[in-house]
Design a protein around this ligand. Structure first.
Ligand code: SF4
Length: 347
């Protein structure tokens, strides 16, 4: 790989954070290095994630963007080993100086939910339908060793922190009795229960109406500022990214197409795929004069086109793009693009 990590973690340096100690804002917290995921489904096997690298700094938000099937969710879920059966991973996922890909299952269970909280796209599917919400939040606290007599008060506090009004009235309700927005707030309370340093939020607002989306995003932003939380946000919605992310990683067909500071990448893309995504969203439209709507269907990561996987859809494609895979390389300080013609993309 010719790329440099977004933020680097010393292979054998001191932990990014000690047990319970908060690292300095922006300090490297998580580093994903050259991640590969090989997946077998029936008779088909493919490297669905191919050499993906990115980082998340303490108190910062990194966004993974891309169309459906681009590999953003799979990259994020690799971190906490929530992958489909049959998935094989390689590379490094460095968390507190430990490569989680080598860590035993017991350590992963410790990390997941306690050090790294996860918010799923569909809270109704993620929550237990036959257990009151308070019990579900309380279970995480009990598993973390909290004394039984302290759990109830802490559950109420967490539901309140997640913006659920009148927690005392709602602690015993079941998930189906709540609106989509409140269910997502329960997921946030559960993610906060372990006092994590990082939250992975997988399309946390996709199923919600626009007003509720805005409220949930504001809540996540407030939590990040108040509690110094770092966030890895997975979304196909560039408007969300433009408002929330510090850094973005644009993914296509299981590879990183472009990476860098969010505002710069979204306003001044260095990859035709990013430019096409941005041009499809008026609120995030680039400063380029040419509107090039995204044509064609996303590449199948089980059967990628040769060379640059984006070439069948790319208005800038030349012969070289069909045969030679572009490496992710630094095209200006802090900006990385996997495009042979990166310097011609920006105006
Ligand atoms: Fe387009 Fe070629 Fe760049 Fe791929 S490498 S994005 S096909 S110009």
């Amino acid at each position: 790989m010719t790329e440099k990590p977004l933020s680097t973690v010393a292979a054998s340096g001191s932990p990014a954070s000690g047990a319970g100690a908060a690292p300095a804002p922006g300090a490297p917290l998580l580093q994903v290095e050259d991640l590969e995921v090989v997946l077998s489904t029936g008779s088909v096997t493919g490297r669905v994630i191919d050499g993906v690298s990115f980082g998340v700094g303490a108190g910062r938000t990194t966004g993974l963007i891309g169309e459906s099937g681009s590999g953003k969710t799979m990259s994020a879920m690799s971190i906490v080993r929530l992958l489909p059966d049959g998935a094989e991973t390689s590379g490094r996922i460095v968390w507190r100086s430990q490569n989680l890909l080598d860590a035993p299952r017991r350590r992963i269970r410790e990390v997941r939910g306690r050090e790294i909280g996860v918010i799923f796209q569909d809270p109704l599917a993620a929550l237990n339908p036959i257990q009151p919400i308070g019990k579900q939040v309380g279970e995480i606290l009990r598993r973390g060793g909290m004394a039984r007599q302290d759990v109830h008060a802490r559950v109420l506090e967490l539901l309140g922190r997640a913006g659920i009004p009148d927690p005392e009235q709602r602690v015993d309700v079941y998930p189906h009795e709540l609106s989509g927005g409140l269910r997502q707030r329960v997921m946030i309370a559960m993610a906060l229960a372990g006092e994590p340093q990082l939250i992975i939020a997988d399309e946390p607002t996709t199923a919600l109406d626009v007003t509720t989306q805005a409220r949930i995003l504001r809540l996540l932003a407030d939590l990040r500022h108040q509690e110094g939380l770092a966030m890895l946000l997975v979304s196909h919605d560039l408007r969300v990214m433009a408002h929330v992310a510090d850094e973005v990683v644009v993914m296509y067909a299981g590879r990183v197409a472009e990476r860098g500071p969010a505002r710069e990448v979204l306003e001044r893309p260095r990859h035709p795929y990013t430019r096409a995504l941005a041009n499809n969203v008026p609120a995030v439209s680039t400063k380029t004069a040419i509107a090039e709507p995204l044509q064609g269907a996303p590449a199948n990561p089980f059967d990628r086109p040769s060379g640059c996987a984006f070439h069948p859809r790319c208005p800038l494609a030349v012969e070289r793009c069909r045969t030679e895979k572009p490496e992710l390389r630094e095209v200006e300080p802090g900006r990385f693009s996997a495009c042979h013609r990166a310097t011609e993309v920006a105006p």
